[in-house]
Ligand binder design. Sequence first.
Ligand code: NAD
Ligand code: UDP
Length: 337
Amino acid sequence: MIFITGGAGFIGSHTCLELLNAGFSVTVFDNFCNSQPEALVRVQQITHKELTVVRGDIRDRFSLEAALRKSGARAVIHFAGLKAVGESVQLPLSYYDNNVTGTLCLLQSMQSCQIKTLVFSSSATVYGNPQYLPLNEDHPLASTNPYGQTKLVIENMLRDLQRSDATWRIGILRYFNPVGAHASGLIGEDPQGIPNNLLPYVAQVAVGKREFLNIWGNDYDTPDGTGVRDYIHVVDLALGHLAAVNKLENQGQCFTVNLGTGIGYSVLDVVRAFEQASGKPITRQYSPRRAGDVASCYADPRHAQELLGWQAQRDLATMCQDAWRWQGKNPNGYSGH
Ligand code: NAD
Ligand code: UDP
């Protein structure tokens, strides 16, 4: 049994699906502040398997610990948290509360239940402004906004915990840019309001929900002047969590790994790939750089490959085709069902 906080969200729902397919039992603990129960209904529909859903907030220590104990879980995957960089600048206390206080509550609950195996969702944002590329796990850590700061605080908390008690088994996964959707088109990313991220925005332009894409900057020191990122298919990312859980359970070793493809694509590369996948033109205009953006960011994925035997398999065309299938079938996300 695996206990999954934030399991109804974008990455969580895809991970639940892969865990069920691999024969794990799953309990999801989610307050649905940025997701809908329908995502988990669909996960069960696709897999023909059942999971347990508990509605609750990870900051509510009493409910969390009760659910954790009842689940009989042997490991936790911790996705729950807030993730919008811009919003974190406006609402830093909400971010520290949800992400840091929430994680603290989770760790205390786990300790009290004697469950000491944890996979944590960190982010490439902990590398700050890249000093060299590709980014390996030894790159210095820095943060440029409150969201990134919460990930750094949590990583430090986990490292301290590990040092204090060697029976903890902790896997820190630093995601690059998760995109795409399950190939069924039944689950995918369902951003509320105007999407901040490139792929969902492009998909909404293709489906006619938004008029045009603003490309934030075409004067970066990159091959075509637009920003370069390491986009990774969410199903590959989900499979990385399975590899991480297996590693922790079988070998009990703590680790920190990048989950990326190692390939950087520009905004224009993505736009062209999406046009190809959807057969729709993506109207776009160039706008000034977005505050806080870096020119290029991509992973050195070798450590994950060597340690976990995991490697991303799905290419940019597949990411766009799958995102398009999800968008086409669910133009209003889960609310339209
Ligand atoms: P998401 O918002 O789709 O999923 C997060 C889930 O956590 C949602 O279902 C939300 O309802 C739940 N949640 C939030 N606060 C909660 C709380 N206090 N109690 C209980 N549930 C709560 O986000 P995602 O894209 O699936 O990201 C999952 C994790 O991965 C997050 O920790 C995020 O910071 C991290 N991450 C995401 C990205 C990305 O680009 N998507 C990149 C790097 C890291
Ligand atoms: N981007 C863009 N227009 C948008 C959203 C994003 O040009 O509407 C660019 C952004 O400047 C960056 C890349 O697309 O170069 C990826 O942005 P995203 O927000 O998806 O990821 P992050 O910047 O957090 O890595």
